[in-house]
Design a protein around this ligand. Structure first.
Ligand SMILES: Cc1ncc(C[n+]2csc(CCOP(=O)(O)OP(=O)(O)O)c2C)c(N)n1
Ligand SMILES: [Mg+2]
Length: 578
């Protein structure tokens, strides 16, 4: 057996059951060996797409993604996706064939490319070490790293040196960090006890991963015991879906009420959340005098984006549980349901009722009602700019929110439009939202949607794209059709790189480089095998209704010609970050 086959089989044994890629001569045998080992191979049309699909699949399943690419250009094509995954700490293994001979036209510095974008460079060194090398790389990926595993062609072609590894290769152990230090738990409990208007912001670290549920239940229990409101960063949108105290997303996408309440907090705790410029609007969402606490299982994350008063190393769920136990203990046992003696406290524990009565805490019945009425963007009044020729993207998004089934996955590309689907389309939970925006690249949205759809075929996947991002990633439309995914591709089409138009337009700069003639993107979709519909007004949505009614034999592309008089408010934040 050649090393290439042993590597593919070994990976399949380690748990690689879904592999994305584009096959060339250098990754042909290893990919076939993965398939022979039981893995499903999903062929993309571009390595950038393949990598983003594997990334989105990993985010949606909570398991390490695997992508297989050809040497040289196969890897360089994948680099944007690798950068996105590395910045997002996606557990991802990139199988990168390598032409080791420096004079080969295919030769590139694989380890150098990996390091340049924050990924971990690994390689199979020899036939004797190959399986151990694969296991090490997979284990590193499991620790939430993006790993580029160089597979030199000469090593791949050599006969495998058997040390019995094929028989003994094991799924890498999943180890998680130990619980938080007891004094840290006591400290958080003390600060929470004194906080009148606390807000929790849960980030990526609160999401579920391989074999482990999200931290939702533990955070909700602690929030109930301490009177906290609940919010998320964009990448954890949906985590608290349905909780009456949920403010949805904090940051540029926060609704006016959410922003008001986060800004009014006297204590903000980031749970597996970096509290970065996006999530905190460059600090504008932090009220004067607010105390900041950050809990993260990665010590290097603490204070990395923003100075905090208290940084705690610990797993999110475990820490929340320990703090809730500490609070319950300090209140003579049973500060939870058992202590809510009827009255109009709404079942809140005594400590929370006291906060409400004494200081206008965040768990009053009046505020609960206000949250129910006002916290969703779609309930915020606006003047509909639709004019019959172009539809207001807010009106479009609200109409689609009503039409689309609740069991959906929303994937969002980058651009001026990106807030509309993120803010107006609700999602059933955190795995129903896939936000590959750490590198802020346009053109990743469609591949994101495909990876998420492969992971969750039970949900209707919506790829929300700008016209620029849609045309950049257009080759993967064929992948959607070929895989038979009943997906909705929704293009917010302003016939421009709207982000640039709105950024530079006010300065009077020429905008010819960022404006485009009208393109019939619905026809382009039909060319690939989609049902295509052009939407200029709400009345044009009838074919969408019909498509949703079934049988959804072909995917649907909606080319929505949207109004674009003004730039979006979240975009200003984005440009301030440059
Ligand atoms: C790969 C890449 N190239 C260029 C950019 C710069 N850029 C940011 S937003 C944007 C415009 C995107 O246009 P579109 O997808 O139509 O969305 P819109 O802004 O018009 O809503 C561009 C070119 C980028 N972020 N990524
Ligand atoms: Mg555009």
């Amino acid at each position: 057996m050649r090393v290439a086959e042993a590597v593919g089989q070994g990976l399949a044994k380690l748990g690689a059951d879904t592999v994305f890629g584009v096959v060339g001569s250098g990754n042909f045998h290893v990919t076939n060996a993965l398939i022979a080992g039981g893995a499903r191979f999903v062929a993309a049309r571009h390595e950038g797409g393949a990598t983003v699909m594997a990334d989105a699949w990993a985010r949606t399943t909570g398991r390490p993604g695997v992508v297989s690419v050809h040497q040289g250009p196969g890897l360089t094509n994948a680099m944007t996706g690798i950068a996105e995954a590395a910045k997002s700490r996606t557990p991802l293994l990139v199988l990168a064939a390598e032409a080791p001979e420096i004079r080969s036209n295919f030769h590139v510095d694989v380890a150098g490319l990996a390091a340049a974008v924050g990924a971990v460079g690994e390689r199979i060194y020899s036939p004797a070490s190959a399986l151990a090398d694969v296991q090490r790389a997979y284990t590193t990926a499991l620790g939430r790293r993006t790993v580029v595993l160089a597979l030199p062609l000469n090593v791949q072609a050599a006969p495998v040196v058997q040390h019995g590894e094929t028989a003994t290769i094991q799924a890498a152990p999943r180890t998680y960090p130990a619980g938080p230090a007891p004094e840290a738990v006591t400290a958080i409990a003390a600060v929470l006890r004194g906080a009148e208007q606390p807000v929790f912001i849960a980030g990526r670290g609160a999401r579920g991963r391989a074999g482990r549920p999200s931290a939702r239940a533990d955070l909700e229990r602690l929030a109930d015991a301490s009177g906290a409101l609940l919010a998320t960063s964009a990448v954890a949108k949906g985590l608290f879906r349905g909780n009456p105290w949920s403010l949805d997303v904090s940051g540029g996408f926060a609704s006016p009420l959410a922003a008001e309440l986060i800004t009014g907090a006297d204590l903000i705790i980031g749970w597996g959340c970096s509290l970065n410029m996006w999530t905190m609007r460059h600090g504008k969402l932090i009220g004067t005098g607010a105390t900041l606490i950050q809990v993260d299982d990665d010590p290097t994350a603490l204070g990395a984006h923003r100075a905090v008063h208290l940084g705690v190393v610990g797993d999110v769920a475990e820490t929340a549980r320990a703090v809730a136990d500490a609070l319950a203990g300090s209140e003579g046992g049973g500060s939870e349901a058992g202590d809510s003696e009827g009255g109009d406290g709404g079942g809140e524990p005594r400590a929370v009722r006291d906060k409400n009565e004494r200081y206008g805490g965040y768990r009053s019945p009046a505020l609960r009602e206000r949250i129910e009425r006002e916290v969703r963007w779609r309930d915020v009044p606006f003047t509909d700019d639709s004019d019959g020729q172009r539809i207001d993207p807010r009106a479009l998004s609200i109409a689609l929110d009503d039409l689309l089934p609740a069991e959906r996955t929303v994937a969002v590309d980058s651009g001026n439009f990106m807030g509309y689907p993120s803010m107006y389309l609700s999602v059933p939970d955190e795995s129903g939202f896939c936000f590959t925006q750490a590198f802020q690249s346009i053109g990743l949205g469609l591949a994101t949607a495909i990876g998420a759809a492969v992971a969750r075929p039970d949900r209707l996947t919506v790829a929300a794209l700008g016209d620029g991002g849609a045309l950049m990633g257009v080759s993967e439309l064929e992948t959607v059709v070929r895989l038979g995914i009943p997906m909705v591709v929704l293009v917010y089409d302003d016939e421009a790189y709207g982000a640039e138009v709105h950024h530079f337009g006010p300065d009077g700069d020429p905008l010819d480089t960022v404006r485009f003639p009208a393109a019939d993107i619905a026809a382009i979709g039909r060319g690939f095998g989609f049902d295509g519909v052009t939407v200029r007004s709400a009345g044009d949505l009838d074919p969408v209704r019909d498509w949703l009614a079934g049988p959804r034999e072909r995917p649907l592309l909606i080319d929505a010609k949207v109004t674009s008089e003004r730039g979006s408010w979240w975009l200003e934040e984005a440009f301030r970050g440059h």
